[in-house]
Design a binder for this molecule. Structure first.
Ligand SMILES: [Zn+2]
Length: 80
């Protein structure tokens, strides 16, 4: 005879989604995103190359696009 113990579990599934926004510059620097057909490494700067000592500056328009996308998909957006 076998015995079974019932344990309540709540299944929580998180998703991390990566998208490419249609912005004119990259997320953390002013480098152009119009690199289609460009020579490699022609739209880069010390920030997007991750050089030591540089400080990224977030592009606010990217945040706006991300929030609008989240709202359109009815996603809970965490606030600080
Ligand atoms: Zn850059």
């Amino acid at each position: 005879m076998t015995s079974t113990v019932a344990i309540d579990f709540e299944t929580v599934i998180g998703l991390e989604v990566h998208v490419q926004l249609m912005t004119k510059s990259k997320m953390f620097c002013g480098c152009s995103t119009e690199y289609s057909g460009a020579e490699p490494n022609t739209h880069v700067c010390p920030v997007c190359m991750g050089m030591p000592g540089v400080l990224p500056v977030i592009e606010i328009y990217s945040i706006d696009c991300s929030l609008m996308t989240g709202s359109a998909l009815n996603i809970d957006i965490q606030t600080v």
